[in-house]
Ligand binder design. Structure first.
Ligand SMILES: [Zn+2]
Length: 312
């Protein structure tokens, strides 16, 4: 298993007390080392940005230009308020994409079965815009690269971040080969306000998307009940490759949201997806950290995922 931790990735974050600060990777990795998990994985990450043409497999050229020129143009924000410009925003965001693509290439070469990238899973960015702390959508680039470079069409996308994965969902809403499942806090009480149960895909993709909103205050029991529907969804719609966004902001005590999971949720989901990927997709599974703003919570949840992905 490859674990994508590196100095440049660690600098993806915002200044001035923003909840997505630059200390999250360190909070995760100190716990990885304390549990000895780093000794069992290949640890490293690219230091150079992904090529523009790779980023443009998902994003529009105009949006990539906007990010590339943001500092020169003196932009303060990349969206309407959540996603400020930060030092080296383009190079750092493009290096998050580079790490995701390195993971994908490594798996497709057969040099690893699974990857985990804590600083990644930026699921709110859309094809032509930044949103919700997310500049470039590394998940979207991976999905497009699977199709265009590797000819892999049927991709499973699972998202347990407390926020709905709108940047991925709406980009592939009418795509019947993106099998999607997302458990999140109900959009009526949380950003981004989407991911209603009736949103099941459009046109030929109807029925390939599963949105399972939970009410504020829901915890492990509600998650495990919802997860049985996720498993049934992927048994009904098998995929050739698994992509997992495992945001830790659904855990009890997160400063931005109000679900009450324990870290057992992350272990359960990762174990289940490992088995599904082994059964359907030659074991191919990429996992990304996503959100999570309590440092102890993200350290516990994500290392539970790493521990499951290390099981042979
Ligand atoms: Zn989130």
């Amino acid at each position: 298993m490859n674990l994508y931790v590196g100095e440049v990735l660690g600098r993806y974050g915002f200044l001035d007390g923003h909840p997505l600060g630059m200390d999250r990777q360190g909070a995760f990795f100190r716990e990885t080392q304390a549990r000895g998990l780093d000794k069992r994985a290949k640890v490293g990450a690219p230091t150079q940005p992904a090529a523009r043409d790779a980023i443009e497999r998902f994003h529009t050229r105009a949006f990539v230009d906007k990010v590339a020129n943001a500092e020169r143009d003196g932009l303060k924000l990349l969206d309407s308020g959540d996603t400020p410009v930060f030092p080296a925003v383009y190079a750092t965001s493009a290096t998050v994409v580079a790490a995701a693509l390195d993971g994908l290439d490594t798996i497709m070469r057969g040099d690893a079965l699974r990857t985990f990238q804590p600083i990644g899973g930026l699921h709110h960015a859309g094809r032509n815009h930044a949103a919700g702390f997310c500049v470039f959508n590394d998940l979207g680039v991976v999905i497009e690269t699977l199709r265009r470079t590797y000819g892999v069409r049927r991709v499973a996308y699972i998202d347990i971040d407390v926020h709905h994965g709108d940047g991925v969902f709406y980009a592939f809403e009418d795509d019947p080969d993106l099998i999607f499942a997302d458990i999140h806090q109900d959009g009526r009480s949380l950003y981004p306000g989407t991911g209603h149960a009736h949103e099941t895909g459009k046109g030929a993709a109807a029925g390939t998307k599963l949105n399972l909103p939970l009410p504020a205050g829901a915890g492990d029991l509600e998650f495990f009940t919802a997860w049985r529907r996720v498993e049934a969804h992927f048994e009904q719609h098998p995929a050739e490759f698994y992509v997992f966004q495992c945001g830790a902001d659904g855990l009890k005590g997160d400063p931005l949201a109000s679900l009450e999971y324990s870290p057992a949720v992350h272990a359960h989901a990762a174990r289940s997806l490992r088995r599904l990927a082994d059964a359907q997709a030659h074991g191919r599974l990429m996992a990304f950290g996503g959100g999570g703003y309590s440092r102890p919570n993200l350290a516990a949840a994500w290392n539970n995922v790493v521990a499951e992905l290390l099981v042979r």
